[in-house]
Design a protein around this ligand. Structure first.
Ligand code: NAD
Length: 381
């Protein structure tokens, strides 16, 4: 049976716009979905980005520098928006008001105020599906942690560590770009840029911090500008958030780290949950390895390593023994978005993309973290 095509517009044709396009081009890899994205509209203020799309995606019929052209088109049902953070508030709100389903990039508003504006638009348009891009939880290792949380395997939770670590900013000669400028990236700095990735699963498990003690570092304070001269680089490079979670009569520490300067780490997503009965750790540095430890009273304590292979949420043609990578996680995330768009709560598998409520929760945490760093104190979330 032919798959139902969902016509998409892309707003923001940079790094992440291209990642969505490559996932759409690889759609036949997915075996069971009866729905497929078709990219028909493209918008970016930088026209130099258009040829790669138009040469590779003949389905694109609308190419524009003004996103309102895509919103005015009856042809387009859904939009992927991947633009600098200072535009999220206005663009996401306009997209939702135009009745287009939206996959919006994180942090889903540059600050709490922009996020509140987006959340109000969502509340006024309940028929529009809005989700937040966050692909790492679709790695097989992360999905096994989701399964363990669903089965309540941890016993009493001792501690949770969730982190995303980058290292390229260790090079002080790396030129500045919008992600290192407060006016485009926002005051959250590395928390806004990387934070949604690390809170998605803990929040999905219901582990919402009650309070936070934040340590924020600005390590490289100047970077070369477009003319090579040094300009101030004022965004936070690294954030360590020590939080306390209370859930089901349990209270435990949850350490959330987002780091742009973690020596040697290119793009490492890490989640470790230590429990009295079951502990688990997964890092994208070792993408097919899941570390687990079962514990029963009096038994020896032995960590095990499981080679997971390609065991994705959505079945694919890829051999089960092959490697899983970031492009695969992005494809799986998009599969979940289109599955939910097409089938609502009758999805092929139960794990949905990050929700606007989870993003709103991250804004409350990062805003409290800024206050904590300013006052060197514990702040309620
Ligand atoms: N999910 C992930 O793993 C991931 C990774 C990187 C970035 N992101 C997020 O994706 C978003 C975009 O980041 P990126 O790395 O793709 O940045 P980018 O700079 O590569 O691309 C952003 C694009 O938006 C365009 N743009 C700016 N203003 C516009 C406007 N008003 N209308 C149309 N286009 C406009 C720019 O010209 C640029 O091409 C951000 O929210 C970022 O946090 C997510």
């Amino acid at each position: 049976m032919p798959k139902r095509k969902i016509p998409f517009g892309i707003i923001g044709a940079g790094l992440m716009g291209r990642e969505f396009a490559q996932a759409a081009a690889r759609w036949p890899v997915l075996l069971d979905l009866d729905v497929t994205p078709e990219i028909v509209g493209l918008c970016d203020t930088n026209q130099a980005l258009f040829p790669w799309y138009t040469e590779n995606f003949p389905s694109i019929t609308i190419v524009t520098t003004d996103y309102r052209d895509l919103l005015a088109s009856d042809e387009i049902e859904a939009v992927y928006c991947a633009v600098p953070h200072n535009f999220h508030g206005d663009l996401y709100t306009d997209i939702i008001r135009a009745g287009k389903h939206l996959m919006g990039e994180k942090p889903f508003g540059m600050d709490l105020e922009a996020n509140a504006k987006i959340m109000a638009a969502i509340a006024n348009h309940p028929d529009v599906l809005v989700r937040v891009s966050s692909e790492f939880p679709f790695y097989p290792g992360a999905q096994r942690i989701v399964q363990a949380a669903r089965e309540n395997r941890f016993g009493t939770i001792i501690e949770v560590h969730s982190s995303l670590r980058h290292s390229s900013d260790l090079d002080p000669n790396k030129p500045i770009n919008w992600k290192r400028m407060v006016e485009y990236n926002g005051e959250y700095g590395c928390m806004g840029d990387l934070g949604m990735h690390v809170v998605h699963l803990p929040f999905r498990f219901g582990w919402i911090p009650q309070n936070v003690r934040a340590l924020l570092s600005n390590i490289v304070t100047q970077r070369p500008g477009t003319d090579g001269m040094l300009v101030p680089c004022e965004t936070w490079d690294n954030a360590i958030l020590a939080t306390e979670v209370q859930v089901d009569r349990q209270q435990f520490p949850m350490i959330i780290e987002t780091k742009r300067i973690a020596p040697g780490e290119i793009n490492t997503w890490y989640l470790e949950i230590l429990g009295t009965e079951f502990s688990v750790a997964f890092s994208t540095k070792y993408p097919r390895t899941l570390r687990t430890m079962e514990y029963r009273c009096g038994q020896e304590q032995t960590w095990q390593e499981i080679d997971l292979g390609y065991t994705s949420a959505y079945r694919t043609i890829t051999g089960a023994i092959f490697e899983f990578g970031l492009s695969d996680a992005i494809l799986q995330m998009w599969a979940a978005f289109l599955d939910e768009l097409s089938h609502g709560n009758q999805m092929l598998q139960p794990f949905t993309c990050a929700t606007p409520e989870e993003a709103a929760c991250s804004h409350r945490l990062f805003t409290a973290a800024l206050a904590s760093a300013r006052t060197a104190s514990v702040v309620e979330v």
